[in-house]
Write a protein that binds this ligand. Sequence first.
Ligand SMILES: [Zn+2]
Length: 281
Amino acid sequence: MPELPEVETIRRQLAPLVEGRVLARLEISDPRWCLPLAPEAMVDALQGRRIERLGRRGKYLVWELADEAFLLMHLRMTGTLLYDPPEGTPYSRVRFALDDGHELRFCDPRRFGTGELALGAAARDAFFAARLGLEPLDGELTGAALRAMARGRRAPVKAFLLDQRRIAGVGNIYADEALFRARIHPLRPAGSLKAAQWDALAVAVRETLLAGLAAGGATIDDFRHADGVAGAFQDEFLVHRRRGEPCPQCGGAVVKFVAAGRGTYACERCQPRPRLRRRGR
Ligand SMILES: [Zn+2]
């Protein structure tokens, strides 16, 4: 699934191509994309308006159109936005025709991607306030902020990192990579981390996301840039998807296990596994 660096990569590519253009025609061929809103209502609200800005919040692309009409797009598992794709590109769900003759196509084989409408900045802010926590690249992510949110939490630190209502935009890849960099085992109860570990983790999350962004995101499964090119961050993974390969720090074997319900990769020499508590106390 695209995470923050992948969505931000798409945003940076598309923003200069769409900002200032008029959305001349919006064609929604799959009504499930904007449920519960009817496609006609989405078209009525957006078609013919100027695109003022293409922004991002967490893993959402935020289209700001004239008079504060916002389209909030989530790509989910397999969604990609392609600029002037070749004729016959499969799995097209939505077509955005611009007034300069170019077009954007939202292609999404598994059809989990969504488009939601917010009319007015207050509606947009309320939408995100209910769903997303702090924005990791905006200077809000500090060890102290993480530690305060995690106080008393017994859930594994990996589950804590994946919870979008705490930190927006971090998914399975970047959680594994950040925990490795911070030398913290993914199954450590979040509330048990020391202040210095939270500081290290805040730095690691930020560095991992920035490294992903510098590589144009990671391409596993279907993620593609707006021009159809793949990202390269998967070639730089330290532990994610590297089961059995040598740890880049100590040379021990990277192991795979399940944490927070997700396939998880770590080096258990560099990231010591938490000791089991005795039951029945
Ligand atoms: Zn190691």
